[in-house]
Design a protein. Structure first.
Length: 419
């Protein structure tokens, strides 16, 4: 039977050539170099005995870093991963001069990640002097998918960080694992509330937006004071008709960014929420919104009070007159039409007044229409459609004395008399 190598030889292993380790740790070598002449080889039993003595006696008691380094490299070269974990566990966790060695701690955790994942979390919690972020990247990779372990590493090292910038970066990496790898948005929200770091809120908000959680997303972006993703936020909120929340977001965003899209969206959101005083205050203050565009949009959607404020702010009296018409404010509509002084506006206001029985105001508009021969027939048709020939005659008679009266007025009036 081959003799087990004495511990003293193992302890003095750095003095032997590398190939000696390869021989004694190899699979069933034919020649037992440690046993000398007449040995029958290092079979499985002898190799296990060797490993036990190295792990339990030789390495834990040594104070020579070369001996540790040589033995660890030998185990690695022989692909003895589980035995290497056993060795490093004994050296680091059970007390030795090398317990706090960074390289050994790195090696222990990485080896466990690769071949004994049940032990990884224990090592992460018990050790402090290892390359946390780098090991976390390996743990969270597609090859290993140790997401919980990666999250714990980032969180642990963030708490030990010496600068706020480093802490923020590590917390951001931690929440990235939660939202990108684990898809645990509720847990990520709890984490963000606990650490309360702006980049963390921003990362959470982006994930919530991708899941179309608009209310939650906006709340997170506001806490992050992050307006960089405003186009997507506006589109998503408008698609859900969620204008109350988007107002909150846009007020925050405008403090950070001056953009036409932001101001235009905020004005529209105020209109949709019927926040008239806020809308009025904004259009009167400096802004870069496209007022005409948003006014047309509000008018098309029947938001006439908002459209009125917008058109008034840019002195678009033609559109303002139509807003007053739709609001039933015919006196104001006539005044705005007078300022616009466009035949199309006079016709629109006249038609509305006639249909609503406001014949005095309709006549004021009609006098500006009958002087245009091309539009006289349309004016006559407006009154006849509602069965008011007498009111029409009154307008025509008043028009006879106007500057610009033409033969068509006399002719059409004669026809009306005959009818």
């Amino acid at each position: 039977m081959a003799r087990s190598p004495p511990p003293c030889i193992i302890k003095n292993a750095p003095r032997f050539a590398r190939q000696l380790w390869a021989t004694v740790l190899g699979e069933g070598g034919e020649e037992d170099e440690l046993g000398g002449a007449g040995s029958t080889g290092t079979g499985t039993g002898n190799k296990r005995s060797l490993i036990d003595q190295v792990v339990q006696t030789a390495l834990p008691e040594t104070k020579n870093p070369d001996e540790v380094s040589t033995t660890v490299k030998a185990f690695m070269a022989a692909s003895l991963s589980l035995e290497l974990i056993e060795l490093l566990d004994r050296i680091i966790l059970q007390g030795s001069d090398f317990s706090n060695n960074k390289n050994l701690q790195n090696l222990l955790i990485i080896t466990a990640v690769k071949c004994d994942q049940d032990k990884v979390m224990e090592y992460i919690n018990r050790l402090d002097n290892f390359e946390g972020p780098e090991i976390a990247k390996i743990a969270a990779s597609e090859q290993y998918e140790l997401f919980e372990e990666a999250y714990v590493i980032y969180n642990k090292f963030a708490k030990m960080a010496e600068t706020e910038e480093e802490k923020s970066t590590l917390y951001e990496s931690a929440i990235a694992v939660l939202v990108d790898k684990m898809k645990a948005l509720e847990r990520a929200k709890e984490f963000a509330e606990r650490v309360n770091v702006k980049p963390v809120w921003s990362k959470l908000a982006a994930a919530q937006l991708s899941e179309n959680l608009i209310h939650e997303c906006i709340a997170s972006y506001v806490k992050a004071e992050d307006a960089t993703n405003y186009s997507q936020v506006i589109s998503a909120a408008e698609a859900e008709n969620n204008y109350e929340d988007v107002v909150t977001y846009l007020v925050m965003a405008r403090a950070e960014i001056k953009e036409n899209e932001l101001d235009t969206a905020l004005i529209y959101a105020y209109a949709k929420c019927a926040r008239t005083s806020d809308l009025e205050q904004m259009v009167r203050s400096p802004n870069v919104a496209n007022i005409m565009e948003i006014g047309e949009r509000c008018f098309g959607e029947g938001l006439f009070d908002a459209a009125k404020l917008l058109f008034e702010s840019i002195n678009n009296n033609a559109k303002l007159a139509l807003c007053y018409v739709n609001l039933g404010a015919y006196r104001e509509a006539v005044d705005a039409a007078a300022k616009a002084n466009a035949i199309s506006t006079w016709k629109e206001v006249n038609i509305a007044c006639v249909k609503d029985g406001e014949f005095r105001l309709a006549a004021m508009c009609g006098l500006h229409i009958i002087v245009h021969p091309d539009h006289l027939e349309e004016l006559i048709q407006t009154y006849e459609d509602v069965g008011q020939p007498i009111e029409l005659i009154t307008v025509m008679e008043q028009g006879l004395g106007q500057e610009g009266a033409h033969a068509g007025i006399f002719t059409e009036l004669g026809v009306l008399y005959s009818k």
